[in-house]
Design a protein around this ligand. Structure first.
Ligand SMILES: *Cc1c(COP(=O)(O)O)cnc(C)c1O
Length: 327
């Protein structure tokens, strides 16, 4: 492999070998999503921009990569007993679909007021759903209790080595298709996607600058990155529901510090502007969180003129009713 890549310190929990192993595991199971370009975007940014369309991934987001990789690596006995996850969004659909394909029982803990469309999608993959009252209960505590009682494995949405490695396959595929890039813009919530992608990118495109993009209202990762101290933002108020995580994780924080070049934020207004631009000009349905990386680029948060730039469009599960109300 490329000797110019920065070697990972031994303490880091995920390496490029893990991403490559995940890619072998996922071959033929997840879509190798298309890479799209737009002359309008290139002119607007004065750069060559390549969009990795994870909005077209199975389950509508990159999360299927990490979920499938984590579930398929469970010991046989654990596969028989099943797993539990807590999520009202794309991770729920991803573990439900992966469990369905692998015949692993999946229990998802969801808030009572989760959007009906997401509940139906999760149930459609035959997962069991347990509702909780988010004003009274903690979903982590509920999931832990169920894991104990029923012998289930908890599969978190980002802070898990197999999840991180699975997410990294998105950037691996992108760079295999485009060749070396100067920048990679990646949406950031709990940091699973950006950690995996940055590991893959630094190996396959040495010198690449990986830029994480977060909603301004939930800028915990940006602050954590710049201060090198873990920050927490409770209940971030943003339209980017896939990035309402309160902080980076035990596994993702050191990976972000080691591999990521910069972290920037965008307001909800900037985010919606980018999302509608992608809908109208590129004819791609992306959800607000899925447009974070593009918004960071379009709004010029980093000077990337003249560069070759990758952007991860991370998901397409837009709640049209909610977005129509916003308009
Ligand atoms: C979960 C999610 C993210 C954030 O991913 P993390 O691994 O938590 O950083 C970004 N975009 C979409 C569409 C998501 O579903």
């Amino acid at each position: 492999m490329n000797s110019a890549a920065r070697p990972a310190p031994p303490a880091l929990p995920v390496t490029y070998d893990d991403v490559a192993a995940a890619a072998r595991m996922l071959a033929g199971r997840c879509h190798r999503t298309p890479v799209m370009t737009s002359r309008t975007v290139d002119e607007r940014c004065g750069a060559s921009v390549f969009f990795k369309c994870e909005n077209l991934q199975r389950g509508g987001a990159f999360k299927f990569r990490g979920a499938y990789n984590a579930l398929t690596r469970l010991p046989a006995e654990q596969k028989r007993r099943g797993i539990v996850a807590y999520s009202s969004g794309n991770h729920a659909q991803a573990v439900a679909l992966a469990g369905h394909l692998l015949r692993i029982p999946v229990l998802v803990v969801m808030p009572q007021d989760a959007p009906a469309i997401k509940v139906e999608a999760t149930r459609g993959y035959s997962a069991e759903i347990l509702f909780y009252d988010r004003s009274r209960d903690s979903r982590e505590a509920i999931a832990e209790r169920l894991a104990q009682q029923r012998g289930l494995a908890v599969i978190p949405s980002f802070d898990h080595p197999h999840v991180v490695a699975g997410q990294g396959t998105a950037a691996k595929e992108l760079i295999e298709d485009t060749g070396p890039l100067d920048f990679l813009f990646v949406p950031c919530g709990g940091g699973g996607l950006i950690s995996g992608c940055a590991i893959a990118a630094s190996q396959l495109s040495p010198g690449i600058k990986v830029v994480g993009v977060e909603p301004a209202a939930g800028d915990d990762a940006t602050r954590s990155f710049h201060t090198r101290t873990l920050h927490v933002v409770e209940h971030p108020d943003t339209i980017a529901d896939g990035a309402r995580t309160t902080s980076l994780g035990k596994i993702t924080f050191p990976l972000v510090l080691h591999y990521v070049s910069d972290m920037v934020t965008v307001t909800d207004e900037e985010l919606l502007r980018a999302m509608f631009f992608i809908w109208e000009r590129m004819k791609l349905v992306v959800e607000p969180t899925g447009a974070l990386g593009a918004a960071g680029l379009f709004e010029g948060k980093v000077d990337a003129r003249g560069a070759r730039i990758g952007v991860i469009l991370s998901g397409g599960n837009a709640d049209f009713r909610q977005l129509a109300r916003l308009l």
